[in-house]
Write a protein that binds this ligand. Structure first.
Ligand SMILES: Cc1ncc(COP(=O)(O)O)c(C=O)c1O
Length: 396
């Protein structure tokens, strides 16, 4: 048989990377932060994390584990004891029973989202994304050669509001999934149970997946846990819920999270873990067990501090004439409009230079964010007050 493979030719210049990847942009949240990080004169409020380190008892658990030789590969699904601990935690919080075979430990929420995209998105598939939103899942969809379709929340009667007709109207024959972050980063919107029920029913009827990003599930102020698809979904519903240790236990740097999915999908995600990170660091997983088992007082204390910070932000920004502000129901951001602002990115740059405060520009979060800036208020009271004083002068 003749060899029909094309003959190799000489090609000038370096080989190209994938065209789709070449078009991927740096996250708009990071553009200003990366250029400015480390500057002593700038108070950094651009990223979504607490300025408090991980509680010592969690660090101690990891340090002890490392010293005791917890330095080897862990199973792709995660350490069995952590999977059991997560199952116990979820079953305490949510109405529907969650079996361990539906849980996979991931390298934080970020890689959980990437694995979800790898699992669901074929080239050309559309994923409806409720925006404004932390943009990374949209990037994951693009990396898989899919198309994010943005459906924007909008202010209504002083609250952020999701128009379900608008959401469902965006679905086409190419749609594979609906993605939402609830509680939402950056707006602080939180879907109530009836909204989740309507989305689940619609997705059941139309054969769509739900990817529900619930990493702020415990960062709520008027209840113990945010409404979740885990209160509603049957074990075989096409629902993937993403969670993380980052926000509830102040563990952003540890890169530890998990997903709950139907058992078969979870098995595939376990397999995909192998080709992403194999599994999160073994000692981080041990720390995760301690975080869940002993970390409830931390969650409550952190939340009380955040509630005070939210009041501080509402009072300070609310007193600035040019600022329009919706009280966040949950998470730890205020997403505020500024009258007369042409470009949030230009405004964020000018606030870095004039006020020494680093914010995230609203246009980094997709449709609906164009006239906004995001401040993360998970910061110590003194730092937050200094930043707010500076903003009050700069935005006068
Ligand atoms: C909505 C949302 N999902 C997921 C993440 C990812 O967090 P991590 O990868 O630290 O778990 C973030 C981080 O800011 C977020 O805001």
């Amino acid at each position: 048989m003749a060899d029909r493979r094309p003959a190799v030719r000489a090609v000038p210049g370096p080989p190209a990377i994938r065209r789709r990847i070449a078009r991927i942009k740096e996250s708009g949240i990071r553009v200003i932060a990366n250029a400015t990080m480390g500057r002593e004169d700038v108070i950094p409020l651009w990223f979504g994390e607490s300025d408090q380190p991980t509680p010592e008892f969690i660090c101690d658990a990891a340090a002890a584990a490392l010293r005791a030789g917890d330095t080897f590969y862990a199973p792709n699904r995660g350490k069995p004891e952590l999977v059991t601990t997560i199952a116990e935690y979820e079953n305490r919080l949510y109405a529907k029973p969650i079996a361990e075979d539906r849980i996979v430990v991931t390298n934080a929420g970020m890689n959980a989202l990437m694995i979800a995209a790898e699992l669901l998105v074929d080239p050309g598939d559309e994923v409806i994304c409720v925006t404004p939103v932390w943009p990374n899942f949209l990037g994951c969809v693009e990396i898989m050669d899919g198309h994010p379709v943005e459906v924007a929340l909008a202010p209504k009667d002083g609250r952020w509001h999701l128009d379900l007709d608008h959401l469902f109207g965006a679905v086409t024959a190419r749609t594979r999934a609906i993605y939402l972050s609830t509680p939402n980063n950056p707006t602080g919107w939180m879907a109530e149970r009836d909204t989740l029920e309507a989305i689940l029913e619609f997705c059941r009827h139309h054969g769509l997946w739900v990817v529900s990003d619930e990493v702020y599930a415990r960062v709520v102020y008027d209840r113990d846990v945010a409404p979740s698809f885990l209160d509603l979904a049957e074990p075989d519903d096409a629902v993937i819920v993403v969670n993380s240790f980052s926000k509830s236990w102040s563990m952003t740097g540890w890169r530890l999270g998990w997903v709950v999915a139907p058992a078969e999908a979870a098995t595939m995600m376990e397999r995909l873990n192998e080709f992403n990170v194999a599994s999160p660091a073994a000692a981080a997983q041990t720390a995760g067990i301690t975080a869940i088992r002993q970390g409830e007082p931390h969650v409550l204390e952190m939340r009380a501090g955040l509630a005070r910070a939210r009041d501080t932000v509402m009072a300070a920004l609310g007193a600035i004439d040019r600022v329009e502000l919706i009280r966040p129901d949950a998470a730890f951001y205020a997403f505020f409009g500024v009258h007369g602002m042409n470009s949030p990115t230009a405004m964020a740059w000018s606030l870095v230079e004039q006020a020494g405060v680093g914010l995230a520009p609203g246009d980094a979060f997709g449709a609906g964010g164009d006239n906004y800036l995001r401040i993360c208020y998970a910061k110590s009271p003194d730092l937050l007050e200094t930043a707010l004083d500076r903003l009050a002068v700069a935005l006068r």
